[in-house]
Design a protein around this ligand. Sequence first.
Ligand code: AMP
Length: 553
Amino acid sequence: MTQEIGGFAALGLHPNILAALTAVGYEEPSPIQAQAIPVILAGQDMIGQAQTGTGKTAAFALPLLSKIDPAKREPQALILAPTRELALQVATAFETYSKQMPGLNVVAVYGGAPMGPQLKAIRQGAQVIVATPGRLVDHLRRDEKVLSTIQYLVLDEADEMLKLGFMDDLEVIFQAMPESRQSVLFSATLPHSIRAIAEKHLRNPQHIKIASKTQTVTAIEQAHLMVHADQKHAAVLRLLEVEEFDALIAFVRTKQATLDLASALEAKGYKAAALNGDIAQNQRERVIESLKDGRLDIVVATDVAARGLDVPRITHVMNVDMPYDPESYVHRIGRTGRAGRTGRALLLVTPRERRMLQVIERVTGQKVGEVKLPNGQQVLDARIKKLTTSLAPLVADAEASHGELLDRLTADIGCSPRALAAALLRKATNGQALTLAEVEREQPLVPNGAPRERSERSERGDSRERRAPMPLGEGRARCRTALGARDGIAAKNLLGAILNEGGLAREAIGRIQVRESFSLVELPEDGLERLLSKLKDTRVGGKPLKLRRYRED
Ligand code: AMP
């Protein structure tokens, strides 16, 4: 629906940025984007109160990219982020949104990696620097002029930066930039210390906050599940095994995500379809009709596409991607629990989105309890229950109609009725895993609350810059690519490309972690440089892999 990209176009963004947004499949600005983009484009200082999940990165990246002059090869925008991981995510977001801006370069500056290449990238004219404060101050010590051309400053997650003790570093950085710059500060909370910074270093800032009216939710059972972004599909598939739903609507953020999830569900035998802003009106009506009359059981939709969708059969709403604000959450889950029936709403929360969950709970005045990912036994029990339910009604008159046939077949084959019944079951269940061992083999998944998640959290608190999420295997080096789940990449695509083009044995490749906007791959330290140069021109899913060593502290 071009009208929705129109939602972005009406904000005054550069046409190249709009083209990039069409490519990533965003349909409309999130509330914080709709408010912040015009203010930043107009050159005003701003304080944005928003947490991860609201779309805040694009809220500053899109207008800044619209203002930056790619022909000028000098640092123009500086984004400060509390952790290395966030700095990398923000840098990747800038790269994604600037795909149609030739000559635009982004450099991520963070501790634990050598300073030389970072400084070189700055000197070669990267227009956008995304940095953690500690490392940036190290650069300033070497070259006090590094920030002298900055026109735009963003403090991202300012409250987190102060919590991690970056106050003094921030002061040093402020002093090293021209006073005429435009400054934008994003923070989930606005304690006194943040207000003091704003008072001292921002000029007449506009304050932007998403108004949250208290919302009431009735007759809907709500639950959330903690999950990593790269495991969302697997988690959805498992949840669907145990949830007893009639019809279900799954909400995601982008057009591509509707297509990806709908096809993953279809591949597992669900009657599922995608609904997004690109789908023509008559096709959309067909999908809704099919959901109403049971030809479809699952619709995967964006918020825009689901507008006005009212199907009484919907028993479940699954928020696969976080809604941008509590209002949208309440709106989404209101699709179920119609006509006095109770509905069930499930919310997938990635570790970084925890805060958003708290905001939803505060605004709705309700606790959204946690569910754990169903384990293998629960999946197996649910499968057997379904089988029982489908077979039980057939038993009553089957003996009368097929009993004689059974006798003849057992005699002809020379087997017991039990053996024949087992063979028929195998045929009827179509190779479905129906023992615990098989189920567990079929669905290897990091259980919730697994070490990965805990390590991310604890590292954030106790070190100034977050380390990589998992301990590295011996003799291995961790490498990073800017391709991630949002590029439609799965671990098997990376594995395939590296095996084929790198000529490695399968055992040589360690863990592969696919995150939303990047991926990490463990490779043998021995011969790494040679391997990376072999993979120099490799493309995955049509995009350059550009695998680089990812340095630990
Ligand atoms: P953030 O709150 O900046 O961490 O963004 C959260 C996620 O929302 C990121 O994965 C973005 O790619 C995605 N996102 C941001 N803005 C939009 C939008 N207007 N439409 C769809 N997805 C978006």
